[in-house]
Design a binder for this molecule. Sequence first.
Ligand code: MG
Length: 262
Amino acid sequence: MRIARFSIDGNVAFGAVEGGSAPGEEGALVLDIIKGIPYADFELSGTKVPLSKVRLLPPVLPNKVVGIGRNYAEHAAELGNEVPDVPVAFFKPTTSVIGSGDAIEYPSFSQELHHEAELAVVIGRMCREVPRERVKDVILGYTCANDVTARDVQKREKQWARAKGFDTACPLGPWVETDLDPADVTIQCTVNGEQRQLGRTSDMIRSVEDLVVHITEAMTLLPGDVILTGTPAGVGPLNVGDEVAVTIEGIGTLTNKVIKRG
Ligand code: MG
């Protein structure tokens, strides 16, 4: 099931996306509004609205977004980094989260903004110290993410809080796919229709299971929390006016335009 969060006529709701899934068929998609929230047992209301009539919002409201760096060997190498012995973890603040169709605001303190297409894991229940065999029980589903990074700032500053945490630096969407097997799907990034990144999740150094075990060894994850699993090779510049799209096989496409911060 694909679960979207959206607003219509000033009301915010979750809905199950139904209909054709091929690119370009989005006009045919409808949302069946969910009663309550999708983190517990829920029912579909039967009230349907066309996707074209709503504004998609970030599909979750995370308490935190935990990023993982250098989880694809080719990407670590393209930036001149070694693959670390222990996964590099960092936070992106909740104020950096935007949805599909929202604008990425180019920060004033950077001259080198980069896209990073990533598979995002969405947590479905409160959990800590999750054993490997229980990981699938704590995951609600998966969505597309863009770990937008001010690369020059990341190189200049020891901690990545500003480089990866500025407002609009965490596009998520378009919805959460609950039925995906994340072991081997393609991740693609295009800028203005031109392919920049093409990778497979099977090339991740640490799997989704590894990352959930590693993170929950340290901290409690809450329903709606998000883990970014790292980006494949091919990261590159974003400029004002660009349209960047992250497509993950079996999920959909997250699209954002880059604007100057007004
Ligand atoms: Mg990243």
